[in-house]
Write a protein that binds this ligand. Structure first.
Ligand SMILES: NC(=O)c1ccc[n+]([C@@H]2O[C@H](COP(=O)([O-])OP(=O)(O)OC[C@H]3O[C@@H](n4cnc5c(N)ncnc54)[C@H](O)[C@@H]3O)[C@@H](O)[C@H]2O)c1
Length: 361
């Protein structure tokens, strides 16, 4: 890439629905990036003030973008990403990376084979509070992490399911569409998950996909965790309510999505309230706890993700969320479905090994 090319990175967007439109707005607002074209079969040409193609392949052939953002339906993710990598474009692929772990391995293989540059859109990892929380965990400021709990619940509008058919079919569901972000962050903050138990419920919406889940986790570190989620239940609790990520979700200040409990201190995320015993008092439950807020500079995850993607596309950074990393998050989602179906604990590493060996259909 020449110096003048690196000054203006030409980006294509594939899939211009709810998420793709946000990416289009962000690209337009970002210095050093230009929107080369959009590919979406149902969008009229020129709708975004740029050329529009009805298929990704035609856009790649005519526009040769340096980089593409893929925000089409989940079932198309892997094939579209491989097509883009084969055309030499860097890829920001929306989550989930694939429909299941087996399929994601095809993409992991393609990234290796093509020496491709691919970032997966687990945008929360780019939030400044997440880097600060991870630093607190890694530095030992919380002591040994013994437990973590999390909650994401928000009542989606009924039209989300009635007007967009794939939202109510296998390949969607609250775990794959929403909890996948939380599981990715819990892995990022607390390390790999060794074992999972799960209860899934479709009671509230009576669809083919689950609307409410309860998960138990054992991390390889020895810490344990629990996570509750629902797309049918009203609540102020969850990442989307606790951050100003998108205008689509009203922001509630000082919100909490996760509580991390260590032997020296506790930390809630993303408000970064840290609870610890005051200096000079016995460090046990009879002593008063002080609350301080860890300092952090505000910055939207999606903007930070786009900046990082531009660096990945220019070869200046390795992806913060690689295909392999996202594949492990997806394996965890699938292991949770298996645990819910069989009503048994699932050993996550063994589950991945069985899929990799082709021993699971
Ligand atoms: N990171 C996040 O927080 C976040 C939030 C919402 C959605 N997503 C992800 O973004 C992706 C899109 O979700 P959405 O809510 O925008 O869905 P959506 O249904 O609103 O948009 C999908 C778009 O893809 C288009 N499309 C369908 N087939 C296509 C094809 N062959 N080529 C190109 N475009 C095609 C559709 O016409 C539609 O405009 C999903 O993978 C979803 O999981 C991520």
């Amino acid at each position: 890439m020449t110096a003048s090319e690196s000054a203006a990175l030409r980006m294509g967007v594939i899939g211009a629905g709810f998420m793709g439109r946000q990416h289009i707005d962000l690209i337009r607002a970002a210095p050093g990036l230009s929107l080369a074209a959009v590919a979406d079969p149902v969008v009229a040409d020129g709708a975004f003030g740029t050329r529009t193609y009805d298929a990704a392949g035609r856009m790649l052939e005519h526009e040769h973008p340096h980089a593409v953002i893929i925000a089409n339906p989940n079932a198309l993710h892997v094939d579209t990403a491989i097509e883009c990598l084969e055309a030499g474009a860097a890829v920001l692929l929306e989550k989930p990376v694939a429909l299941d772990y087996a399929e994601s391995l095809r993409l992991v293989g393609a990234v290796q084979r093509l020496d491709g540059r691919l970032l997966v859109g687990h945008h929360r990892r780019h939030h400044p509070a997440v880097a600060r929380a991870r630093a607190a965990v890694d530095s030992g400021a919380l002591g040994q992490v013994v437990a973590v709990s999390g909650l994401w619940s928000a009542r989606k509008e009924d039209a989300y399911f009635t007007e967009i058919p794939w939202h109510r079919l296998p390949g969607a569901g609250v775990t794959l569409l929403n909890v996948v972000h939380d599981l990715d962050l819990l892995r990022h903050l607390c390390g790999e998950v060794a074992e999972i138990q799960a209860m899934h419920s479709s009671h509230a919406r009576a669809l083919a996909v689950e609307d409410t889940v309860s998960l138990n986790l054992r991390f390889e570190s020895g810490a344990v965790g629990s996570f509750l989620a629902s797309d049918a239940g009203v609540s102020p609790w969850g990442w989307d309510q606790a951050t100003e990520e998108t205008a689509a979700f009203p922001f509630l200040p000082d919100g909490v999505a996760y509580r991390i409990v260590g032997t020296r201190a506790a930390l809630s995320v993303p408000n970064l309230a840290k609870y610890a015993y005051e200096q000079g008092v016995p460090a046990d439950w009879h002593s008063p706890l002080s609350r301080t807020y860890l300092p952090v500079s505000p910055r939207g995850s999606f903007q930070a993700q786009l900046d990082h993607f531009a660096d990945v596309a220019r070869g200046l950074a390795d992806p913060l969320v690689s295909a392999q990393d996202a594949a492990h998050t997806l394996a965890l989602v699938e292991a949770s479905a298996l645990a819910a179906r069989t009503r048994r604990s699932v050993d996550v590493a063994q589950f991945r090994a069985e899929v990799e060996a082709g021993e699971r259909p």
